[in-house]
Design a protein around this ligand. Structure first.
Ligand SMILES: [Cu+2]
Length: 330
């Protein structure tokens, strides 16, 4: 570079001005605008169309997947419309900020705007932290932010063939009883990405989707334990976790794991590689029986004619659109 260093510096200045910058390693970082709107609305919580009075980010449980690269700046806005009854907030586990400032409650009719740099690679829960927090999470205000490592893929962190997001939640049918939620009473089911047995046609014939891959592919699961009180014993039935990256950081690798304990609010990366020479099925479960048999089972089909688009690009959190048939609003 020698004689061009002035030009290079000038170039960086222009890029920064345009919302782009270079990280210490010279990787291009950018500013990513993310807006979420708190919506108090009903959602469908099973494959039959049962409605539930949820509190949500953008009307969806879980909220949208936010995906950035290590070093990117997230320019975040939370809108709480004046039609809502409750204060809401955001707590990004990927952010190092001030709990009383950035994560503080936002009243109906107000908007919160802040920026943070995603300094550390990994996968992280986000959730509403407004009081009572147990109720805001249990009613649906949570999601996942993926911070991809700036180094990209390597032998230590191989590129997956498919990627899927699975977020588990304890379901409390009495949405108003936050004391029961605090005391862990009365939870009847486990939701996976917002629905009971969402991707399990074995236990629920009404299930409309499964996870798909081809035999021998590396399937990467981004898992979040959004339970309010219960750890998750994450296990792939008829398979073995080839690699597990605790908190999603490539440095935190474990090999050849059967069951991994996932703490409340923990997120992680779980890789599975099925036998290449035959079609097989796995069931990804919370091996805690009270959770598995009440909804926390997900079927992964490994078959040659797997949908080529499943688990690719933006198609990593599979949402099924099931029409509501009952109204349960209290
Ligand atoms: Cu909230």
């Amino acid at each position: 570079m020698k004689g061009n260093s002035k030009i290079a510096r000038a170039g960086v200045a222009v890029l920064v001005a345009a919302g782009l910058g270079l990280t210490a390693n010279g990787v291009m970082a950018k500013t990513v605008k993310v807006t979420m709107t708190a919506k108090e609305t009903s959602v469908v919580i099973d494959n039959r169309g049962t409605e539930y009075p949820a509190w949500t980010f953008d009307g969806m449980v879980p909220g949208k997947v936010v995906r950035v690269k290590e070093g990117d700046v997230i320019d975040f806005k939370l809108i709480n419309p004046k039609t809502n009854k409750e204060s809401h907030s955001i707590d990004f586990h990927a952010a190092e900020v001030d709990v009383l400032d950035e994560f503080g409650p936002v009243k109906p009719g107000e908007t919160k705007h802040f920026k943070f740099e995603a300094k550390r690679a990994g996968v992280w829960m986000y959730h509403c932290g407004a009081g009572p927090m147990v109720q805001h999470i249990a009613r649906g205000m949570y999601g996942l932010i993926i911070v991809d490592p700036k180094e990209g893929y390597s032998d230590k962190f191989p590129k997956p063939d498919r990627e899927y997001v699975l977020i588990q939640q304890q379901f409390f049918p009495d949405a108003g009883d936050y004391k029961a939620m605090l005391e862990n009473r009365g939870w009847t089911n486990s939701l996976i990405n917002g629905k009971i047995f969402h991707y399990d046609p074995v236990h629920d014939p009404d299930a409309q989707a499964v996870l798909q891959a081809k035999p021998g592919e590396r399937v990467r699961i981004y898992f979040v334990n959004a339970n309010v009180n219960m750890p998750v014993a994450l296990h792939p039935i008829a398979g073995i976790w080839d690699r597990v990256y605790l908190n999603g950081n490539p440095e935190n690798v474990l090999y050849d794991m059967a069951t991994v304990n996932v703490a409340v609010s923990e997120a992680g990366i779980f890789d599975i590689v099925s036998p290449a020479d035959r079609p097989t099925n796995n069931a990804i479960v919370d091996h805690t029986m009270s959770a598995a048999l009440r909804g926390a089972i997900t079927v992964l089909m490994n078959k040659p004619d797997a949908d080529p688009n499943a688990g690719k690009g933006d198609n990593i959190l599979i949402r099924t659109d099931i029409k509501p048939v009952k109204h349960h609003v209290k």
